[in-house]
Each structure stands twice: as C-alpha cells, then as structure tokens.
Design a protein around this ligand. Structure first.
Ligand code: PHE
Length: 359
C-alpha cells in the first residue's frame, strides 16, 4: 500500500464501512438464486488470502501505534461478522440446492419399490447333468431315480459285495444312527438293483444323483454326484459297452478324443474296467491336469455279474448286460476348467453367476 503511512483509525473505519457496503451489494446482486459456489466465491473475495479484509489487516502494521489496538478491534469485529454471515449464507445456499434437487427429482414414497432382479444361472453340476442326459436320451436311454438313503441290500449285498468288503467300514460309508442296515448310498449303483427289481428287460437306463462317502480333501467332498448307466438285454456284449462309452464321451468332449478301457475290479461286474478319456487339455501329450499320462480317469464299468442278476431274479443264461458309473462333478470340472472341487458346493454367487442359464 503506497499511502500506508498515512493510514489512520479513521481511514480504517471508513474502509470497513466500504467493505460492508460492497458485501451487502454483492449479496443483493446474487438475489434469490443463492448457490453454494457463489457463497464460496464471496468468502474468497473478502476473507481469502488476498481478500479485502485480509488486506486491511496487512495495513494495520503501518498504522500509528496508538491507533493499532482500536483498529485491530474493529477489523476483527468485521472479520467475525462476515464469517458468521457467510456461514449462514452457506447453509441457506446448501438447503436451497437440496430443495431444488428434490423438486426436480420428485420422490413419491407411495410408489412400489423397484427391485433389481438379476437373472439366475444354472449350477455347473446341473449344466453337466443336463448335457449328459441329453446325450444319453439320444442313445435311447431312460432316466431313472432312486433313494439316497438306502438299505445295505441295494447298495452292497445285491451288488455282490461280500460281508467283509472294506467299503462297508465306517470310514467310507455314512451309516444312519441306530439302523446299521440303513446307509447313505456310496454310489448310484443301488439304482441298478431298484430298477431291475421293478422293470423287466430289455433295460436301457441312466440315473444321476447325489452320493456320499466319509471323505473330504481338495479333490473329495462328502457329498458328490454320480451318474449310473446300464443296459440289459439278450446278446449284449463288451462291444456294445465300449461303443456307448466312446459315443457319449466324444459327444460331450469332442469327436477327436480317444477313449480306452483298463482292467479293474468292482464286485458287481465281470470283467470290470475303468474307462479313460484322452486329456481334454493337452490332447494326449501329457500335462499337469492328466499328471503327464495323457489320459483322464472317468469312471468304472463292466459286464453285469451273474450274481447281480441272481439277486434280482433275472436269468443270467438268458440275459447279459453292462453297467457304468462316473462322477458328474469331476466331469464338470474338466468341462468348465475348474481347479477346486469345493467351489461347486460353497454357494458363492461370484463363482456361480459366471455360468449360463441353460446348456
Ligand atoms: N459304482 C462304482 C463306483 O462308484 C462305479 C461303477 C459303476 C463301476 C458301474 C462299474 C459299473 O466307483
């Protein structure tokens, strides 16, 4: 300030009067349309670092000593007064802005709530089961159902399991309390017995469902899904068996993949085998998924044992047949490239929502 030295208390009072007037006319100019932004601008103009009031405070330094206390007092009163007014204006402006917003976006509280309904998706096991059933229906199979809580007879004895077979031990099978002969089925093979007792040959049946074993780790859950298939008729041979396995695996995973049988043992088939599919990831070259073998183990199968036919009253002279069974969960993991079996049963929407609504 060039004339700083001549600045007196009177000048100061005059200046304060000027500032008050400017403030009043600024506000008058804003009129009814008080916006929070405009109030903010006013604050800068008067109280900001280079504002009018701040300028006056600076001038205080160059005033005669005796005038300083009086001038300081009035300037402070001015500052406090403006601060108070600006604060009140700010609140008024914000309320005005809110009112304006509510007027433009009228809220009718009597309207029904708008719920966002996401479209559901099918569980990967359901998708896999549907794909398999579609294929088996094409091959002329009928879909059958059977109990998950069953008697030892259907799950074991009638399937030619001897009384001391290790699968009957507590560690593998869930027994229903107080009823030693009632269990949670350990495989879907129990449906072979139920179906054969209820129907007459020829039979061409598939039966998907939940199965249970006392087993829990990275690749085993106590509840899992299997699908059972069996054919009983006159003149059924191993060529038919191999043909059906080959056909459905290729239909589901790709025509260019090979299948193979490896000799194995199950009490209810003779001869028995396990069937493998060429690795869907490396196509037989060997990788982490197939543990460098080039093959994936899919399930068990074999020609139905004469003792099973005996147990259900079929003539093993007249009829032959084959049966197979495999895990649906494992197949879903292969098809959808899942790394952890447990994801299938944790019910996380983030995971499950990624799958389609139909196969
Ligand atoms: N039930 C057998 C299992 O769970 C699979 C199987 C079914 C084997 C039919 C042969 C014939 O391991």
């Amino acid at each position: 300030m060039s004339d700083a030295k001549t600045y007196t208390l009177q000048d100061c009072v005059k200046k304060i009067e000027d500032i008050r007037q400017t403030f009043a006319s600024d506000i008058a100019q804003l009129g009814g349309q008080l916006q929070p932004r405009a109030v903010e601008d006013l604050k800068v103009k008067f109280l900001g670092r280079k504002g009018l009031v701040t300028e006056l405070m600076e001038a205080l330094k160059s005033m005669p000593k005796e005038d300083k206390p009086g001038a300081g007092k009035v300037i402070n009163e001015l500052r406090q007064g403006l601060e108070k007014e600006l604060e009140a204006l700010k609140i008024k402006a914000e309320e005005g802005a809110l009112d304006q917003h509510l007027n433009q976006h009228r809220l009718d509280v009597s309207l029904p709530v708008q719920v966002r309904r996401g479209q559901g998706s099918l569980h990967p096991v359901t998708l896999m089961r549907r794909i398999l059933l579609t294929e088996f229906r094409r091959l002329g199979f009928t879909v059958y159902d059977g109990p998950e809580v069953d008697l030892d007879f259907y799950n074991f004895s009638a399937l030619n399991f001897k009384d001391d077979h290790p699968a009957r031990d507590m560690q593998d099978t869930f027994f229903i309390a107080d009823r030693a002969k009632t269990i949670l089925r350990t495989h879907t093979s129990n449906i072979q017995i139920h179906a054969m007792l209820h129907e007459k040959p020829p039979l061409r049946i598939v039966a998907p469902g939940r199965t249970y074993r006392c087993d829990s780790d990275l690749t085993h859950t106590p509840m899992f899904h299997q699908i059972e298939g069996f054919v009983v008729d006159r003149g059924i041979d191993m060529g038919d068996m191999k043909g059906v396995i080959d056909r459905f695996l290729k239909a589901v995973f790709g025509e260019d993949l090979e299948t193979r049988l490896r000799p194995s043992f199950f009490p209810f088939v003779e001869p028995g085998a396990e069937f493998d599919l060429q690795c869907v990831a490396c196509r037989g070259k060997g990788c982490r998924i197939c543990k460098q073998t080039g093959w994936l183990e899919i399930g068990g199968l074999g020609m139905i044992h004469p003792n099973v036919f005996e147990a259900v009253g079929y003539s093993s002279e007249e009829y032959t047949g084959f049966a197979f069974g495999f895990g649906i969960d494992r197949m879903a993991m292969l098809r959808y490239k899942l790394s952890d079996l447990r994801q299938l049963f944790e019910g996380q929407q983030d995971f499950l929502g990624q799958f389609p609504t139909y196969p």
